[in-house]
Write a new protein. Structure first.
Length: 252
């Protein structure tokens, strides 16, 4: 399919799928798809678990644009390059975006395989997509409180566990050390990952409404007697994608 098909659909809502969560599109359905490489300014991810394409789906008859995968700072890109898909969505007329990711659980009352609604974030990646000028944007409410209420209500109706918490974004690609996890816990982080925050900043700067959902695919370093492996992160993400798809369909 061509870009014109995406443009003519006029989607107002978009979803960005993180590591291992790409199979959500199988549950929501595919009307059209375009590889990232066919979109000016976008490029395919080099990370396993990220298909690297834009998919057009419909939920209750409404067009929804889905980014099946994303780029990351640790791939050697700038924050501006990483957020090209958000600017493209905005150009298409997208007004609200759900940013999902695979994350390590820090808060021990949560469990691997469950979802966490992001209430706020810690940007510990040392950069921002707004570099290059005095682009001062308020970040008092990056993640829409109104939208969070809708997700919580939908999860309750589905009898699905849905936590709330603060997401910490680090540069990666190496996983965090146990000492770094103790630091993050002291700072108030409930989950940790390597994405999402640049996109959330860019989306808010463009006036888009943002929701964030972390799929808790593993325990953060030092909390359990285990080592961390990306293949396991992707595997847990795939298993939990069904729950995420149900939640998204209920809210959107």
């Amino acid at each position: 399919m061509s870009l014109s098909h995406l443009q003519s659909a006029c989607p107002e809502t978009a979803i960005v799928l993180g590591s291992g969560l790409g199979s959500v599109v199988d549950d929501l359905g595919i009307e059209a798809e375009v590889p990232f490489a066919d979109v000016p300014g976008l490029s395919a991810s080099t990370v396993p678990g990220h298909a690297g394409r834009l998919v057009l789906s419909r939920i209750s008859g409404k067009a929804v644009l889905i980014a099946q995968g994303r780029r990351h700072l640790y791939e050697g890109l700038s924050a501006y390059e990483v957020t090209a898909s958000i600017r493209f969505m905005h150009e298409l007329g997208v007004k609200r975006v759900v940013l999902t990711n695979a994350a390590g659980a820090i808060k021990e009352s949560m469990a691997v395989g469950e979802l966490m609604l992001i209430t706020d974030h810690l940007n510990l990646q040392g950069t921002t997509p707004l570099l290059g000028g005095p682009h001062f944007h308020d970040m008092s409410e990056v993640y829409s409180a109104t939208w969070r209420d809708r997700f919580l209500a939908a999860a309750a109706k589905l009898q699905m566990p849905l936590h709330e918490g603060v997401y910490a974004a680090l540069l990666g690609p190496q996983y965090e050390t146990p000492a770094e996890i103790r630091m993050l816990r002291t700072l108030g982080a409930d989950a940790v990952g390597m994405s999402t925050v640049p996109e959330a900043i860019q989306a808010r700067a463009l006036g888009m409404e943002v929701a964030g959902i972390s799929m808790l695919t593993n325990w953060a370093a030092g909390l359990k007697p285990q080592t961390l492996d990306h293949s396991e992160v992707v595997a847990v993400g795939k298993q939990a994608s069904v729950q995420l798809a149900k939640l998204l369909a209920a809210v959107l």
